[in-house]
Design a protein around this ligand. Structure first.
Ligand code: 5AD
Ligand code: SF4
Length: 485
């Protein structure tokens, strides 16, 4: 690789972005070609994504850069370039990455030219980087969350220096626009509207690894969505750790409600989703915008985390149980058919049986369509990690199981309410388990499986929800169906 790189063109590298990265992509493309000739086969890459929708979107950007450099996507880790886009929100996410790394050792022994890279949230933690440098020395490139746009430059550096490249930034730089993206689905896409989080919930590592809140300009967001629509995208998911505080730090502040209204005007776009909403910032104006914008899906993810006002205060969530329930009421009064989902943490330090009962009470009262439930995981560096009365594992697990039962019971009942109705379903894929079936999502984000063909994929189809299965439906496409789009 080193010898090959000596023959790389001496193209001047510009200092401005994104031009600089495109210059590195061209250099890497030359290298890829040379290696392909030497190996007599195409070069492959594999990105393994851990964690949330933000990471999934980042991985699409990383894959876009890799394709631009001439790599072919592979679904195996026996690839020439393997990248783990890591998550660190809970300890089990870290452990998964170490598990994968352990398996890579033997693969890399067989292919010493293989390049292994790690990026994402876990790499923003100095302790994780130290551990990898010490115990996983075959890793070639480490970078964080703030400089993923520099993948080509870092790969070029690694190829020419032949030493481990570590480039993790403490703080975010400018938002770099207009880099290549390789989307997983042709008909739907995530769109970042902001990065980072300023909330510092006391259990959460995200503000430390994703940095402070930065919003993209509305005109850049709108331009990106228009471009996506021109490429065939009909559903977008606006992404941010806390979308409800979108736009506050812009030169010309714009609210999230206003952004939704603007996005709703985009011709050709059919569905708008967004993630994640913090209850403390969800304004009445936003509720009105959701009600009025016909493209905004009837689904809201509204993490409650706990039902105990006492714990919510220690969690630094800045709302009480009563305020949360009142908010849910306002939302349901304005949009009666909205599907509500949530995140709940069990076993936060100091959680008593009474606190936990309050959480169960919220689940019973709100009757969520579904809920993600998590066992509290201690994250070094967060205030909660130093709190005295950590809950014993047994107690937390017992509560977790009780909570899960309650969530399944209420969600099962709620899901049943649409049985027999006809709803528009955006078909996403062939059904893996049942031949002749396809799978899609309703506006409320319910999965529906029904008899169908490949031609339906990417289209919105009216489907009768014949049978409720608790968290999903079995359906039947309406006769004389009018396929939209
Ligand atoms: N332990 C358990 N769950 C956590 N979450 C965030 N931090 C932790 C933690 N330390 C959960 C929250 C958040 C979701 C994305 O992950 O519920 O909403
Ligand atoms: Fe973490 Fe709270 Fe920010 Fe969500 S709002 S990312 S839970 S600090």
């Amino acid at each position: 690789m080193n010898q090959l790189s000596e023959t790389i063109s001496s193209e001047q590298i510009p200092s401005g972005e994104p031009e600089r990265q495109y210059a590195f992509m061209r250099k890497m493309r030359e290298l890829t070609r040379q290696r392909e000739e030497a190996f007599g086969r195409p070069l492959t890459c594999r990105i393994q994504t851990f964690g949330c929708q933000m990471n999934a979107r980042d991985s699409e950007k990383l894959l876009g850069i890799l394709k631009e450099m001439g790599y072919h996507e592979s679904d195996s880790e026996k690839a020439d370039f393997v990248l783990y886009n890591t998550c660190t929100v809970r300890d089990n996410a870290d452990q998964k990455v170490y598990g994968h790394l352990g398996q890579l050792v033997s693969i890399k022994k067989k292919n010493p030219d293989m390049v292994v890279a790690l990026c994402g949230c876990m790499m923003q933690e100095a302790s994780a980087v130290e551990k990898i440098k010490k115990s996983y020395r075959f890793v070639d490139i480490i970078f964080g969350t703030h400089n993923i746009y520099k993948l080509a430059e870092l790969m070029y550096r690694q190829a020419t220096q032949k030493a481990m490249v570590v480039d993790v930034w403490d703080a975010a730089g400018d938002i770099v626009e207009e880099l290549p993206v390789e989307r997983k689905y042709p008909f739907k896409s995530g769109v970042n509207i902001m990065f980072g989080c300023n909330n510092f919930c006391s259990y959460c590592i995200v503000p430390y690894v994703r940095g402070r809140e930065r919003s993209r300009k509305p005109e850049d967001i709108i331009a990106e969505i228009r471009e996506l629509v021109s490429q065939g995208v009909i559903e977008i998911m606006l992404l941010g750790q806390n979308v409800n505080s979108y736009g506050k730090n812009l030169e010309k502040p714009v609210s999230f409600a206003e952004l939704l209204r603007q996005v709703n005007e985009i011709e050709g776009l059919k569905r708008i989703r967004f993630m994640t909403s913090h209850p403390k910032d969800l304004s009445d104006d936003l509720i009105a915008a959701m009600r009025d914008c016909d493209k905004v899906c009837r689904h809201l993810h509204l993490p409650v985390q706990s039902g105990s006002s006492r714990l919510l205060k220690i969690m630094n969530r800045r709302y009480t149980k009563e305020q949360y329930l009142a908010l849910v009421e306002r939302i349901r009064a304005a949009i009666p058919d909205i599907a509500l989902t949530t995140d709940i943490i069990v076993g936060f330090p100091g959680e008593t049986e009474e606190d936990f009962e309050e959480t169960l009470d919220v689940v019973r009262r709100v009757r969520y369509d579904s809920a993600f439930t998590f066992l509290y995981s201690k994250r070094q560096g967060t205030p909660a990690a130093d709190m005295q009365d950590q809950v014993p594992e047994e107690t937390a697990k017992d509560r977790f199981n009780r909570l899960l039962k309650e969530v399944q019971r209420t969600a099962g009942e709620v899901c049943g309410r649409y049985g027999g109705a006809v709803q528009d379903v955006l078909v996403e894929c062939r059904n893996d388990h049942r031949q002749g079936y396809v799978t899609g999502r309703t506006s409320g984000n319910y999965l529906v499986h029904f008899p169908g063909d490949d031609f339906m994929i990417g289209k919105i189809i009216p489907v009768r929800l014949v049978e409720s299965k608790g968290f999903y439906y079995m359906g039947m496409p309406e006769k004389n169906m009018e396929v939209q789009q």
